[in-house]
Design a protein around this ligand. Structure first.
Ligand SMILES: C[C@H](O)[C@H](O)[C@H]1CNC2=NC(N)=NC(=O)C2=N1
Length: 91
């Protein structure tokens, strides 16, 4: 089980354009059209399965909001930071 990160660790390790929201980290990606966003959702899902760490994904028109937390640990861990970086690599 991963260790929970403290406030300073979260702040210092949060990737660009990601925000902290309580026990979650979140980022909203914007796309030129709806189906590009859907393509990105598929890539995010594949990475999540590979890492066995799953985000909440909210699909809008030309936007995809991704929210990460470590449910078992009850907060934000290195796993969430790692997934955020991997999702950004898929962009
Ligand atoms: C049993 C537990 O659901 C699994 O080990 C995995 C699945 N995916 C997960 N995803 C996230 N975000 N947090 C978890 O704690 C988690 N646990």
């Amino acid at each position: 089980m991963a260790e929970l990160l403290d406030d300073d660790e979260i702040e210092s390790q949060l990737p660009d354009e990601w925000e902290r929201d309580g026990d979650e980290i979140t980022k909203t990606y914007e796309f030129d059209d709806y189906l590009r966003g859907i393509e990105f959702v598929t890539k995010v899902g594949e990475v999540a399965e590979e890492e066995f760490h799953h985000p909440e994904i909210i699909v809008g028109y030309k936007t995809v909001e991704v929210r990460l937390t470590s449910h078992e640990e009850g907060g934000i861990t290195e796993k969430d930071i790692r997934l955020a970086d991997l999702f950004d690599d898929e962009r």
